[in-house]
Design a protein. Structure first.
Length: 249
């Protein structure tokens, strides 16, 4: 069983907990845009919080429209610096501790859901990430160098370095015989990872010596055939566990 870490962006709240079993397609976290807009006046105008009261042009209860002036200050050179509202609504409060002027917009969007790409068990769940332990659609490599990576699988039809081009940028390149020339070219153009069934120990040791972060994996022929079936889909490479996790979404 290997672990798939999934980072949570700001605002996402987990809908699962440690120990839960999840399946592909299940909602594991959601984010709903608030119907409040918070504008940090001290930060926007580069002033101390105790001076905000002097520059505010709107108070709780005031209606504002997008583009209205909500605060204004004079610079050292006598110029006027203006802060305008990015939304329309009603000012509900000014938070003295944070410096936020809060405007109620009355608009709330549908939730943005984060979906599990694998079947497994939740081993970690907090406000920063969710980790799912899985043993389904996992491939174990013979040897691995580099760091973690995630991207779409791109199959090389030939071992000619010429065919490793800009199409591979941001993708996990899979091939049979990957020479040092091809490995270095792939790393140089910005591939997410390189997987091959024929990569010499010398070349892997060379990449380790040069401290390249791009993950490079050597697999057997049977595993290569399995990866080919996942062409165009996403995978997660975890060098620490010598594994490739195929993501169903």
């Amino acid at each position: 069983m290997v672990s798939l870490p999934i980072s949570l962006q700001d605002g996402f709240i987990p809908s699962i907990k440690n120990g839960d079993q999840v399946v592909v397609g299940q909602v594991i976290a959601s984010k709903t845009d608030s119907d409040e807009e918070k504008i940090n006046v001290p930060k926007e105008l580069a002033i101390a919080r105790n001076k905000v009261k002097k520059v505010l042009k709107k108070s709780p209860g005031d209606e504002v429209k997008e583009g209205d002036i909500i605060a204004q200050k004079k610079s050292f050179l006598g110029q006027t610096v203006t802060l305008r509202s990015r939304v329309s609504g009603t000012v509900t409060r000014y938070e003295r501790d944070s410096g936020n002027l809060v405007i109620k917009t009355g608009v709330s969007s549908e939730p943005d859901n984060l979906i599990s790409p694998v079947d497994g068990i939740v081993s970690l769940c907090d406000n920063k990430q969710i980790v799912i332990d899985t043993e389904k659609n996992v491939l174990i490599a013979e040897k691995v160098v580099g760091e973690k990576g995630q991207g779409e699988i791109l199959l090389l039809k030939t071992d000619d370095p010429y065919h490793l081009n800009t199409q591979a940028i941001g993708k996990i390149v899979v091939g049979g015989n990957l020479t040092r020339e091809m490995l270095l070219k792939g790393i140089g153009i910005g591939v997410i990872g390189l997987i091959g069934s024929k990569i010499s120990d010398e070349d892997l040791d060379y990449l380790t010596e040069k401290k390249f972060k791009t993950p490079v994996l050597r697999i057997d022929e049977l595993s290569l055939k399995k990866i080919i079936e996942w062409e165009g889909k996403k995978a997660f490479i975890d060098p620490e566990s010598y594994s490739v996790i195929f993501l169903s979404l």
